[in-house]
Design a protein around this ligand. Structure first.
Ligand SMILES: [Fe+2]
Ligand SMILES: [Fe+2]
Length: 277
């Protein structure tokens, strides 16, 4: 029996079964009253229910090959957390699309086709490496979201922030599970690194397609001011993509591990705020 998990001892990966009453917020531009910023995160939410199912499946496929009981336990926690996220984002997406007239079926069918194609094109190990890469992106986005200086922390309605922060915290807790399973079952550095570009390209493409759909239905697709401000939100001085880029790049370092970056303090700060409220 070998030690395959590198998640710190104090990080307990377990699902918090929460329900968020967000229907009212979803009826409007909950992110700073801005259509682009709101649509960007709503567009991300659309990818979660199917994306997180894909993560669970690709990790579970190898669960029987893991002989570290700590990592086995973490796989259980990971699946539990992603399952609750799926449920909450399914509710989110249904309520959003119903209230704002977006076509959920169109967006999800596109994702379903793409995921089915990937399952045909790639080996289970490649699929797991794509999951590990997407989990890296999710974890660094989560770190950004929890930063009190981020626009997410400063500009969003409190009820929505509770949901995104809760999701962010659990993403950070389980950030190394798919990664450690990938390593444990023989995944190599070359495959790991190659998957990050692939995963990033497809995730950004999906978000972009959903974003365009939403702005189009809002009647704001050709509003250049909204796009210009949106570019600032992504790439400007406090831009989310600009700020996470240095962390994204870290994945290309030889021997990289998600917990090289110790984010336990941020997790603790969130836990403390929960008990205080
Ligand atoms: Fe998740
Ligand atoms: Fe995750």
């Amino acid at each position: 029996m070998s030690q395959q998990s590198r998640t710190p001892e104090h990080v307990d990966i377990h699902p918090r079964n929460r329900e968020h009453e967000i229907a009212d917020c979803l009826s409007r531009d909950w992110y700073g009253g801005h259509p682009f910023k709101t649509a960007w995160f709503n567009a991300m939410s659309i990818t979660f229910p199917l994306g997180e199912k894909f993560f669970i499946d690709s990790v579970r496929h190898f669960a029987g090959e893991i002989d570290d009981p700590k990592l086995t336990q973490e796989i259980r926690g990971f699946c539990g957390q992603e399952n609750v996220h799926r449920r909450e984002h399914e509710r989110y997406n249904q309520s959003l699309c119903k209230q704002r007239g977006y076509d959920l079926e169109y967006m999800e069918n596109r994702l379903k086709k793409k995921l089915a194609l990937s399952e045909k094109m790639y080996t289970p190990l490649e699929l797991l490496s794509i999951t590990a890469a997407l989990e890296h992106i999710t974890a660094i986005m989560a770190e950004w979201a929890l930063d009190p200086e981020s626009t997410m922390a400063q500009e969003t309605e409190a009820t929505m922030r509770e949901l995104w922060d809760w999701h962010a915290v659990e993403e950070m807790e389980h950030k190394a599970v798919a990664f450690d399973v990938f390593r444990a079952v023989g995944g190599d550095e070359k495959m790991r690194k190659k998957s990050l570009k692939r995963a990033t390209f497809f995730l950004l493409l999906d978000i972009f397609v959903h974003l365009v759909h939403m702005l189009k239905r809002n009647g704001q697709l050709w509003n250049m001011k909204i796009w210009w401000q949106g570019m600032g939100f992504l790439f400007g001085k406090k831009g989310v993509l600009r700020l996470i880029y240095p962390l994204w790049k870290e994945y290309y370092r030889d021997g990289f591990h998600p917990w090289d970056r110790d984010t336990q303090e941020q997790l603790q700060r969130w836990e403390d705020a929960q008990t205080a409220s």
